[in-house]
Structures are given as C-alpha cells and as structure tokens.
Design a protein around this ligand. Structure first.
Ligand code: ZN
Ligand code: ZN
Length: 314
C-alpha cells in the first residue's frame, strides 16, 4: 500500500480552509513527512496520520514549510519520555538545513530526549539509508528545483518488482507445486524430481517497475522536475497561481496551474496533484483545475485531509 495525505495545501500563510505545507506519505506502514508548516502536528491528529515517524524531508526554508517542526519535535519528546526506545529523528533539507533546523529544534527550554540528525542534501543525491539500515524496497532521489536558495524536491522510487509467476506454464512444464515454485519466482534455476533442470525463463515474466511519487515543493516549472518525474505514478507539483497571475508566478519563483500541467505532460506522468495554492483559491480552486486540465486531464487540486492512493500501473 502506498498513499499520500495532504496536511496543508495553502501557500505562504494558513487560511480557514487550508493549513500551510505538509504532506504525509505512507508506504507499507511506514510514514514519511514532507515539509512541516506551522500547525502540522494538529493536522496529523485531525487526519489520522501516525506520530510514529522518524524522517521529515524539507524542500527549502521559507517559514511556511518548516515552522511546524518546533512543536512537532516537542510533542514527540513528550511521547519519547513514556517510551524511551525512540530511534533518532532525521531531518533532511538543502544547504542551510543544519543552521535553520538546528535553531528550530533548540527553541524552548525543555530538552528533546532523543537524537535529531540533520542531513543536508544536494541535487543528484540518493537517500538510501534510513534509521534501521538500508531502505529495502525504495530510494529517495533529490533533485534541484527553481525557487532560489538551493531548493530541492524529492522523488520516492520503488525498486523493480519480480515478474509474475505463470501457474499454467509451470504446470505444463511438469513442475510440481511447492518450494520449487518459490525458487523459480526468486529467479533461481531448479532441479525437478525427474532430473531435469528448469530456469525461470518462460515461466516467470520480466521484472515490473515499482512506483514513483514526486514531490516538488515550491518551484518554477523546470527541466529538473520533468526529468525526475519521467513516468511518475503521481506528481505533486505546486501551483500557487492561476493564468491571470502568471507574471507574479515568475517574479516570486512559483508556478501556475497550467505550467504545472505542462510539466506533468512533458514527464508523461500518470496523475498530477496541485498543491500550495494562493489564499484566493482557498475556498474554490476550480479555476486552477480547469486551466490545468486543458493541458493535462488527470489533474486534481489537493485539499487538506485528502488522501490519494497510488496503485501499481500493472
Ligand atoms: Zn511556500
Ligand atoms: Zn517558498
């Protein structure tokens, strides 16, 4: 299972309807947080996102993307006093992360009773290691975005899956059901009771792609996002403005809904979700959806509390 839940979808400041940026990604029971705007911990409670998380990924350090970490770390600290086995918290972000997040986690007189590691990442890096060792089934790729100050985005890329085991072909080849089927599925060559050896070719299909979820954070439309999102199952792209404010988007390092749709189209993504919308679209973002769908049909605008499942393409 892989899904994302939007915890905050407003640009720059919260509104009555929308909080500032944060998104939880849940994969096979593991929760990762992307951005942590002010008030994120309360949004997590409201929308049922687990506090048992150990990693937060930041795209840049505008206040609407990270101030929530101050309070969230305090709450996790209170929990850790009750269950002292908590693994360290890891905060990832571009250059400046050590200074800014370092200050954020020191605010307040109470001591945080667990380790917090702050890891600065650069475009092109691949985050393979997690707390308990290596990530088993996926990697997180860091890519550059155009928002100034060395901003980055993140792509969660699952490893390829094994091919499908064809039961009919296995039976036709006279391979008895049982452990031999399991070995063939793993790509091993097996010896049958009658002495023949059989390999997986012809019985087990080719490897199948894993899923790709891409999170841009704030950015102008750019080639690095198109590259990172090639064939993405889900592209989450900011769309702060509509067409009538496209000049403002350019001036402020943001994208219009239409520009985000062009990126999704160029990347041949399966699905586009727009987030980080300006306060004027807080109640209704229909205009943004309409403008984007003229370019890329599979577009949705995120709302706080919205959960989107990401199925395998096959
Ligand atoms: Zn922002
Ligand atoms: Zn920003």
């Amino acid at each position: 299972m892989l899904s994302v839940t939007f915890l905050g979808t407003s640009a720059a400041r919260p509104t009555v309807e929308r909080n500032v940026s944060a998104m939880a990604l849940v994969r096979e029971g593991e929760t990762l947080l992307f951005e942590c705007g002010e008030g994120t911990q309360r949004q997590m409670m409201r929308y049922g996102v687990s506090f048992a998380l150990s990693e937060i990924f930041f795209t840049h350090f505008h206040a609407d993307h990270f101030l929530g970490v101050i309070g969230l770390i305090r709450t996790l600290g209170l929990q850790a006093r009750a269950e002292p086995m908590r693994e360290p918290m890891r905060l990832y972000g571009p250059k400046g992360a050590k200074k800014l997040l370092g200050q954020a986690i020191q605010l307040g007189v109470e001591r945080v009773p667990f380790n917090v590691d702050i890891i600065e990442v650069k475009p092109g890096e691949v985050i393979r290691d997690a707390g308990g060792g290596r990530r088993e089934a996926y990697e997180i790729h860091v890519f550059g975005t155009e928002h100034g100050g060395g901003s980055v985005g993140y792509a969660l890329r699952e490893h390829e899956r094994r091919g499908r085991f064809d039961v009919d072909k296995a039976r036709a080849a006279g391979i008895p059901e049982g452990p031999l089927w399991g070995k063939l599925t793993k790509g091993e060559t097996v010896q049958l009771p009658d002495g023949r050896t059989v390999g997986p070719g012809g019985i087990v299909g080719g490897n199948r792609p894993g899923r790709l979820v891409v999170f841009t954070g704030d950015t102008r439309p750019c080639a690095a996002v198109v590259d990172a999102a090639q064939g993405a199952d889900l592209l989450i792209h900011e769309a702060t403005f509509g067409e009538e404010e496209k000049e403002r988007a350019k001036e402020t390092g943001h994208s219009t809904a239409r520009e985000a749709a062009q990126v999704a189209l160029a990347a041949k993504a399966r699905r586009l979700v727009l987030s980080h919308v300006s306060a004027r679209y807080s109640i209704s973002a229909e205009e943004l959806v309409k403008e984007a769908r003229e370019i890329f049909k599979e577009t949705t605008v995120a709302k706080d509390g919205m959960t989107i499942e990401v199925p395998f393409a096959d």
